[in-house]
Design a protein around this ligand. Structure first.
Ligand code: IPM
Ligand code: MG
Length: 353
């Protein structure tokens, strides 16, 4: 199993180092894992003048899976747009054709108090958001800022082809089949043609999955329902921009953005795995970040790319055990629990493994 390891910026290095500790345990037990490091984001710009250096792209294309930390930092905000860290991330998604982004929002019972919503609204929460990741207004052409009638206008293009919708819909239905068999498609078909096509194509794909109960919601209503009664959802499938927004919202239902992993998959289950949180420059280098989302991303890697459910379960159970034993990084610490550092948390997971 060839792994490209791209720590990136900010807390990226610290959290990835903890996930690597877990991989090292599996390696010592005999797993054939090869890890090679590359630069991405600001780190790519600093070292090689490009947020996605050719060396990193090549390494990632040759790998079976990519483990990513986080990208971005205030020191890069003034760079030309194509040189900014986020562009490196968008380009690697596109270059590797990672069109299906899986973002679970799961509440650990012991952390119910961390949510800003009432415990009874979120207890037992277990949602999977499937976000299309390589299309939509993120990549649509034309785009730009130009002068029209003597003033500046900014414009982007929201666009989906039916094949793009179909392939992500298949992924979402497939996941729903393995879970609660409920899928909610989210769009804005009352206003946008792009969404109208999305809704129609998802309904066509539904004919292949008669066991799955399909519903659809406009994105504004979906945002409201997510806060009002989040447990009505099992799997949500949506486009790139709506998925970007709704997945941040869903992550906060669990109160602990530091706990949530993600997978971005291509058509052959090759994937890039990363925590959904950012590079948190304000706490970088202090050894206080929560590494659990990155460690749980390794579990997703085992589940989706390596199809090794036993190891995926084992890593997830180790994390559950560590939480149950009361160990907390600062972001999820509450009275009566034991505060640990980022590396301390990594050590606890290794011990629980
Ligand atoms: C995400 C992030 C990215 C996105 C940014 C950093 C480009 O917000 O992964 O959700 O908008 O996709
Ligand atoms: Mg986002």
């Amino acid at each position: 199993m060839k792994l490209a390891v791209l720590p990136g910026d900010g807390i990226g290095k610290e959290i990835v180092a903890q996930a690597v500790k877990v991989l090292e345990v599996l390696k010592r037990e005999g797993a054939a894992i090869e890890m090679e490091y590359g630069n991405i984001g600001g780190a790519g710009y600093d070292a090689e003048g490009d947020p996605l250096p050719d060396t990193t792209l090549k390494l990632s294309k040759q790998a079976d899976a990519v483990l990513l930390g986080a990208v971005g930092g205030p020191q890069y905000d003034k760079l030309d747009r194509p040189l900014r860290p986020e562009r490196g991330l968008l380009r690697i998604r596109k270059e590797l054709n990672l069109f299906a982004n899986l973002r679970p929002a799961l509440l650990y019972p012991e952390l119910a108090g961390a949510s800003s919503l009432k415990p009874e609204v979120v207890s037992g929460l277990d949602i999977m958001i499937v976000r299309e990741l390589t299309g939509d207004v993120y990549f649509g052409q034309p785009r730009g800022i130009e002068i029209r009638n003597g003033e500046r206008v900014g414009f982007n293009t929201m666009i989906y082809s039916e094949s793009e919708v179909r392939r992500v819909a298949h992924v979402a239905f497939g996941i729903a089949m393995k879970r609660g068999k409920k899928l909610c498609s989210v769009e804005k078909a009352n206003v946008l043609e792009c969404s109208e096509l999305w809704r129609d194509v998802v309904a066509e794909v539904a004919k292949d999955y008669l066991e799955v109960e399909l519903s659809s919601l406009y994105v504004d209503n979906a945002a409201m329902q997510l806060v009002k009664n989040p447990k009505q959802f099992d799997v949500i499938v949506t486009g790139n921009i709506f998925g970007d927004i709704l997945s941040d919202q869903a992550s906060m239902l669990s109160g602990s953005i530091g706990m949530l992993p993600s997978a971005s998959l291509d058509a052959n289950n090759k994937g890039m795995y990363e925590p959904i949180h950012g590079s948190a420059p304000d706490i970088a280098g202090k050894d206080i970040a929560n590494p659990l989302a990155t460690i749980l991303s390794v579990a997703m890697m085992y589940r989706y790319t390596f199809a090794d459910m036993a190891t995926a379960d084992r890593i997830e159970n180790a994390v559950k055990k560590v939480i149950a034993r009361g160990f907390r990084t600062g972001d999820i610490w509450t009275e009566g629990t034991t505060r640990v550092s980022c590396s301390g948390m990594g050590d606890e997971v290794v011990a629980a493994l």
